[in-house]
Design a protein. Structure first.
Length: 400
């Protein structure tokens, strides 16, 4: 049985701080807005939707107590609608899509909503604690280091310079600004307040005119952490072939902290017939892959190879790729490792320009990819993200 994607929507992304436009909007409201938009757009019989699966990384405060069920309850879909919240760190939004597809392909469910949400201005990253990085008994045996230091380790090991990262970041901004100007973000939904007044109608973090020269003036973000806190030594102990850590990442060539939500409607053929909807695509394959927690951000390539093998495909069968720009080095290493050109990757910009609302990003990338496949009249795409702790996730979709 196939799992079809009937639609995918995302909110605009707001800067993830107190000055961001969405700071006054709760994550429940962000998700609720998308659920209502989906219902209105398709005159959806909400009784057909069985469950809401949402990724959310920091599940405390506004995002605690199963935000998926909270949003489902507020959606107006009906009391029958269930909700479950999951956490696979940065891969959570795509994991939600993959789990929904698995439920449908297994025959356990007919129609589900899957996506994610993260309000990073209201619920600060890391405010949920956790042993992975904090408890020495857990962190030390695994040589666990902060993600930023890990990104700089990858750059040092595989020969990426500060200029390489800044050039990539400037191109991400350029592509995002062009996509914005051309109105290519078709799956995007504006956020209005309870009075119907528009709060935000564009992705707030895009910085048109960003140049390599301007980025070169920014100080590295993780040098002090690496040297003073000893994380450079931990990395070099694990990778002694690296002479020293070259700290190349900063706020301008790393993913922006933002608020946002995304959902997708996933079901079988019979559900589509009941709704009177034609599917836009199907989920062909999905995979996760673990890497060591020191060089934790290189999972996208092996996860993608695993998904390609599962689908009986190779890299040349993929028309377009969406690789999350957690740090500039992540997609750069992915392209180097896979032997893929930049012309196929993140053609409308990525998280460096648009932002990375942790639990939502994977589903956002799927919607962006689907829109672009349709615009270019191409067939097959792959979404992949690196994940904290040393994981990668990948999903292959194909237009129907």
């Amino acid at each position: 049985m196939e799992a079809y994607i009937y639609d995918a929507l995302r909110t605009v992304r707001g800067k993830g701080n107190k000055k961001g436009a969405l700071n006054g909007i709760t994550p429940t409201y962000l998700t609720q807005t998308l659920l209502k938009e989906l219902r209105q757009k398709h005159d959806l019989d909400t009784n057909l939707v069985e469950d809401v699966i949402l990724g959310c990384v920091t599940q405390v405060m506004d995002q605690g107590a199963n935000i998926a069920k909270t949003a489902a309850q507020q959606s107006g879909y009906g009391d029958h609608l269930c909700g479950v919240t999951l956490n696979r760190f940065c891969g959570s939004g795509l994991e939600a899509v993959n789990q929904a597809a698995a439920y449908v392909r297994s025959g356990f469910s007919d129609l589900l909503i899957a996506g994610g949400v993260e309000s990073m201005s209201r619920v600060k990253m890391g405010s949920d604690g956790g042993a992975l990085m904090i408890d020495p008994a857990v962190a030390l045996p695994g040589h666990a280091i902060p993600q930023g230091v890990s990104a700089d380790l990858i750059a040092s090991k595989y020969g990426f310079s500060r200029k390489d990262a800044d050039e990539f970041a400037a191109e991400s901004q350029k592509r995002a600004a062009a996509a914005e100007a051309k109105g290519l973000y078709k799956s995007r939904v504006n956020i209005k307040d309870i009075n119907g007044i528009t709060v935000l109608a564009t992705d707030e973090n895009i910085r048109p005119g960003t140049t390599v020269e301007a980025l070169s003036n920014l100080n590295p973000s993780f040098a002090m952490m690496g040297k003073m806190a000893g994380f450079d030594s931990v990395a070099l102990d694990r990778y002694p072939e690296v002479e020293r850590i070259n700290h190349i990442h900063h706020a301008g060539n790393s993913s922006a902290i933002v608020d946002g939500a995304a959902i997708s409607l996933i079901g079988n053929k019979a559900a589509g017939a009941k709704m009177g909807l034609k599917p836009r695509a199907k989920v062909v394959a999905a995979a996760v892959y673990g890497t060591d927690p020191t060089m934790m951000l290189v999972g996208p390539a092996p996860a993608s190879r695993k998904a390609l093998k599962q689908a009986g495909m190779d890299k040349n069968d993929i028309d377009l790729y969406e690789v999350n720009e957690a740090f500039a080095v992540v997609p750069m290493r992915f392209m180097q490792d896979m032997g893929i050109g930049f012309d196929k990757v993140n053609v409308n910009g990525g998280a460096i320009a648009l932002g990375h609302p942790l639990g939502a990003t994977g589903c956002m990338l799927m919607g962006t990819l689907l829109d672009e496949l349709e615009r270019q009249d191409k067939s097959t795409g792959l979404i992949t993200l690196c994940i904290g702790g040393g994981m990668g996730i990948a999903t292959i979709i194909e237009r129907v």
